[in-house]
Design a protein around this ligand. Structure first.
Ligand code: AGP
Length: 620
């Protein structure tokens, strides 16, 4: 969850680095820092706890010259958030500087060895151990900085994306990755380095995604190197040809587009993003769905005895919805696992199992580890991801990108509806191919899928009314969200949205579970949100609402347009268009996203960067 930015070239590095850190703020952090080599060969490091603005204030009267530099936003993993533990870190002699995203698991052993050699440490971080190890290697093996980094990383166990400066070589910038993302931007006479493409996109659309266990050496003629050059080798010194890709991101995608928050922009983007994620896959005219990831691996899915879905958070909720659709249409048993549990549970995984990994960021450490475990047991890995070139799709056998563009708001919205859409399309493909669903049902759902973006537009038209509701409930300390069937995971997702951005406690429950305990909580002080569209369990949900009303509960119900029954007994109604039962989550989740957003805004919360949270959980 740390953010890395680097620059080497013809321009002053500092403004580029600071702007890059701002672009990465959404990843979550608790401190920031920058290292620069100025024209006199001095290596200057400036660090500050808190926001990037604090770093800028601290560095305002300092020497920030230099056309090579690295910068970092830290999310604490070893050592509390403070200036000493913030990155960059000097080496012992202050010749080197390093920034790092990841965890060095064997840092304690390495630290002991270095201490025995007389090295001292200022911070509690694993990162400082790494830069000391690099300097120790450089001095004792009498090697150049790239070789020193290479040899040091061969001793490291863990995950890293690093950038290293050597003040005696201001013409080169060294970077490396394993398990944490790193992207190189190729400009004219300059190179950019970052954890993802957002700090790079305004300068170039030519990028190289660094692969695991690769080391990058960026040389700048402006700094005295023979030529501008990018050289990539593995940590075992195998030469690699840089694979230059064209970035699809545009800067405008990164701007808020006139909305007060990225989250609101992304909620309102959903009609378009769902259209984008179905583009080339759902052909309503031909009544057909074509997913290349399925077509290329058809036998795997058709012969699967079981499908295991592994994910975290909102992505796990999408997986839960997929379980209903896959079992209904494809009649394959599905298990939905929290990645963090699955990876340590010693699960029984067979080689004819299909594992579906769902991740917006493609960098969630627990999901990555769950995949590695399943792969080691021979399972086929299919990933649903939103970031092209991210770690999870790169280690998967196949997959499907959701193509909703960068999701900046920490609370996932457009990625969730795109994940559900992709998983529903997959379930339909398998079911049709297996013949476990009727052609009539297949056609009905495919045609209705094409209508969903327009139907979401209609739900979004109620944004103002939902904003009014929100004002009523900002007092609440607790919420319960209820749903049945396909909408039970929607209830859980609605609860997660509320708690993660408004800090109000909320729980999602299967509606029928109320009788098994939670109904004891019902009171006027605790709003109950019930997801109650017309569906096969509608009557059951109505009686659940009546049980709550009989105990003086206050009910906010999400119902289908024209609903008469629930509308008579609930306290507040939000209508969504009718649709196929399996597609109701794509509509019923929208009001819950908006309700959470408006309550959080009413409470003055930091909607896009909620406290304690990060957009991409790249540590365990
Ligand atoms: C969702 O709103 C949260 N930000 C969080 O639960 C998130 O879904 C989870 O961390 C998984 O992230 P991923 O999809 O990038 O793997």
């Amino acid at each position: 969850m740390c953010g890395i930015v680097g620059y080497i070239g013809k321009r002053r590095a500092y403004p580029i680095l600071i702007k890059g850190l701002h672009r990465l703020e959404y990843r979550g952090y608790d401190s920031a820092g920058v290292a620069l080599i100025n024209g006199q060969g001095q290596l200057n490091i400036y660090k500050a706890k808190g926001k990037v603005a604090e770093l800028e204030a601290y560095a305002a009267d300092k020497d920030t010259d230099g056309t090579i530099g690295i910068a970092h936003t830290r999310w604490a993993t070893h050592g509390e958030p403070n200036t000493i533990n913030a990155h960059p870190h000097y080496s012992e002699s202050e010749r080197l500087a390093i920034i790092h995203n990841g965890i060095i698991e064997n840092y304690a052993v390495l630290k002991q060895g270095l201490q025995a050699e007389g090295y001292t440490f200022k911070s509690d971080t694993d990162t400082e151990v790494l830069v000391q190890l690099i300097e120790y290697t450089q001095v004792n093996h009498q090697v150049d900085i790239k070789t020193a980094v290479q040899l040091a990383l061969q001793q490291v166990v863990g995950a890293y994306a690093i950038a290293v400066l050597d003040k005696y070589h201001p013409d080169i910038l060294i970077a490396a990755r394993k398990g944490s993302p790193l992207v190189v931007g190729i400009g004219k006479g300059e190179f950019f380095l970052a954890s993802d493409a957002t700090p790079i996109v305004e300068y170039t659309d030519q990028v190289v995604y660094v692969e695991d266990e690769e080391i990058v050496k960026l040389s700048s003629a402006e700094q005295g190197a023979e030529e501008n050059n990018i050289e990539i080798t593995t940590i075992n010194n195998v030469q690699k040809t840089p694979e230059i890709k064209r970035l699809e991101l545009s800067l405008s995608q990164l701007e808020k587009g006139g909305y007060p928050h990225f989250m609101l922009k992304e909620i309102f983007e959903q009609p378009r993003t769902l259209t984008d994620s179905m583009r080339g896959r759902v052909n309503v005219r031909q009544d057909n769905i074509a997913m290349s990831g399925f077509i290329d691996n058809k036998e795997r899915f058709l012969n699967a005895k079981r499908i295991i879905i592994t994910a975290c958070g909102t992505s796990w909720h999408a997986g839960l919805i997929a379980m209903y659709a896959i079992e209904e249409f494809a009649q394959i048993p599905v298990e939905v696992e929290y990645s963090s549990e699955f990876r340590y549970r010693k699960p029984v995984i067979n080689k004819d199992d299909v594992v579906i990994a769902i991740s917006q960021s493609g960098e969630t450490a627990d999901t990555l580890a769950a995949i590695q475990l399943a792969k080691s047991k021979g399972a086929f890995i299919f990933s649903i991801c939103n970031v092209v070139g991210a770690s999870i799709p790169r280690v998967s056998d196949s997959g499907c990108y959701t193509h909703v563009g960068p999701e900046i708001g920490v609370a996932s919205t457009k990625a969730f509806t795109a994940q559900v859409t992709a998983l529903t399309m997959l379930a339909l493909c398998i079911g049709r191919e297996k013949g476990t669903m009727s052609e009539e049902q297949y056609l009905r759902v495919v045609r209705e899928l094409g209508q969903i973006p327009m139907k979401i537009e209609r739900v979004l038209e109620q944004d103002k009314e939902i904003g009014q509701f929100a004002k009523i409930f900002t007092y609440a300390q607790n919420f319960i969200y209820l749903g049945r069937g396909y909408n039970y995971p929607v209830a859980m997702e609605g609860a997660l949205k509320l708690k993660e951005i408004s800090y109000i406690h909320a729980e999602g429950y299967p509606a029928a579970e109320m009788k098994h305990g939670p109904i004891a909580l019902i009171s006027q002080e605790m709003p109950v949100v019930v997801v109650a569209p017309h569906c096969s369990t509608y009557e059951k949900v109505v009686s659940n609402i009546q049980e709550i009303k009989a105990r003086k509960g206050r009910v906010i119900a999400v119902v289908s347009e024209g609903d008469e029954l629930v509308s008579r007994i609930a306290d507040y109604i939000i209508e969504v268009p009718s649709t196929e039962e399996c597609l109701t989550p794509l509509l019923t989740v929208i009001p819950l996203q908006l309700l959470a957003y408006h309550i959080a805004v009413e409470k003055g919360c930091d909607v896009d960067q909620p406290r304690n949270l990060a957009k991409s959980v790249t540590v365990e």
